[in-house]
Design a protein around this ligand. Structure first.
Ligand code: MN3
Length: 242
């Protein structure tokens, strides 16, 4: 009997671990060629099946045998000790950031409308959508080297535009404004080099043609309601004056 209980316990744990990890590559919601002409099919395919796949593989490898090997992706990103490993930090960020990026992109015909709620909040925070676009593009253009530009919801429940280096993101313990990502734009050269070479500005204009504001609105709504996650993200400490 004891054996049976123990076996059942081990089986349950094994099943649980399989569900929690390892992480797997998500599927794109549309076919590679559906994002053209804004992002070409080859870039989409390489970006997903080579770059993103590598983050997934290396994340699973980096977590194996660590205390974090049954953590959810958010738990890893919020854990300062886990992120002290560059391999975990870079690849957990890479997996999270790209998964979000694929979700918010859609071909024109499949894009949904922005919600009244998010639209109102954008007007309050930035003036209008065009001003938000300018600010996000500025964050993306001024990111030296590789990184991301983000629209986030801060712990004060305000919208903000931030930028992070490499595969960092605003959920992490950074010495910067933190928040739940609502939208993110990948400004690594691998995201645009085949079609746009060094022309990051042209690529950014193209990305704006692919943003699915219905999904971004849903992400805004979910972030607002996710008080558990928000409670784990500390507000940015004000720098002492003087
Ligand atoms: Mn990328």
């Amino acid at each position: 009997m004891r054996h049976a209980v123990l076996s059942l316990f081990l089986l349950f744990n094994a099943v649980f671990v399989v569900i929690a990890q390892p992480f797997t590559l998500p599927k794109l919601p549309y076919a590679y060629q559906d994002y053209a002409p804004y992002i070409d099919a080859q870039t989409m395919e390489i970006h997903l099946t080579k770059h993103h796949q590598a983050y997934v593989n290396n994340l699973n490898k980096a977590l194996k045998g660590t205390p974090y090997d049954d953590y959810t992706l958010e738990d890893v990103l919020l854990n300062k000790s886990a992120l002290s490993s560059d391999a975990i930090r870079n690849n957990a960020g890479g997996h999270y950031n790209h998964s979000l990026f694929w979700e918010i992109l859609a071909p024109k015909a499949k894009q949904g409308a922005i919600s009244a709620d998010l639209s109102k909040e954008i007007n309050t925070s930035f003036g209008n959508l065009d001003s938000l676009k300018k600010e996000l593009n500025k964050a993306a253009m001024s990111r030296f080297g590789s990184g991301w530009a983000w629209l986030i919801l801060t712990p004060e429940l305000k919208l903000a535009v931030v930028s992070t280096a490499n595969q960092d993101n605003p959920l992490m313990h950074l010495d910067a404004q933190r928040g739940i990502p609502i939208a993110g734009i990948d400004v690594w050269e691998h995201a645009y080099y085949l079609n746009y070479q060094n022309r990051r500005a042209d690529y950014l204009s193209a990305v704006w043609e692919l943003l699915n504001w219905q999904i971004i609105s849903e992400k805004y709504q979910k972030a607002k309601e996710n008080t558990a996650l928000m409670g784990r993200i500390a507000p940015l400490k004000k720098k002492k004056k003087g």
